[in-house]
Design a protein. Structure first.
Length: 206
């Protein structure tokens, strides 16, 4: 069985777990330690993301990696989205709300904004480009798990807001597909439930 996370990196080597084991054991980890994630591990996660499939090999993704004070880029984005929607709120009340929004970006030592950046290939369909970028995100999450990291794929209305899009200086055709919060786990996730695959499958063999 093929294993992942078994590279020769001296900083936080992968667990060498099988692909199937990684798929079944990965969990969304919303609480992580403040410890920094090593640069070479971050680069390995991004490398894993780039091996996602894409129609016509368009590779329609790019990433904004935020650590340290760089996370304030996302924090200000959250604040701008809230401020634009806060007509009638001002003064100390508004500032308190804005500070809470800014703090959201500091819930993990590493935050990655994943962006779908569609190709100009005339054969490329937008839905397929989005699917490819999302597949890249899943690759990254599996790689993070293999390296012993915890991660969560965050989205929600602020991610899709035009204010956030402008804040990250996206082209008109680009779209944010994930805010990935990553760090060393500081929680033990519960066991997820999955419906039996037989309930979700139709076999056509005759």
């Amino acid at each position: 069985m093929e294993t992942i996370g078994s590279g020769s990196s001296t900083a936080g080597q992968g667990n060498g777990i099988s692909v199937m084991e990684a798929i079944k054991s990965r969990r969304s980890i919303g609480k992580v330690k403040p410890d920094e994630v090593e640069r070479e591990i971050i680069e390995a996660l991004l490398e894993a993301a780039t091996w996602a499939p894409s129609h016509f090999n368009t590779q329609p993704w790019r990433f904004v990696v935020m650590t340290g004070e760089g996370r304030s880029k996302l924090g200000e984005g959250y604040a701008k989205v809230l401020e634009a929607a806060s007509a009638g709120v001002e003064g100390a009340e508004l500032e308190e709300k804005l500070q809470k929004e800014r703090a959201k970006a500091f819930r993990a030592p590493l935050v990655i904004t994943a962006i779908c950046s569609p190709s100009d290939d005339p054969r490329a369909e937008r839905a397929e480009e989005l699917a490819a970028a999302q597949a890249a995100v899943h690759n990254l999450l599996l790689a993070a798990h293999a390296y012993g990291l915890g991660a969560i794929w965050r989205s929600g209305p602020p991610m899709y807001d035009p204010v956030m899009k402008r804040h990250f200086e996206l082209r008109e055709d680009e779209e944010i597909v994930a805010f990935l919060y990553i760090g060393y786990p500081d929680m033990t996730p519960g066991q997820p439930r999955r419906s039996p695959v037989a309930d979700k499958t139709i076999w056509l063999d005759s």
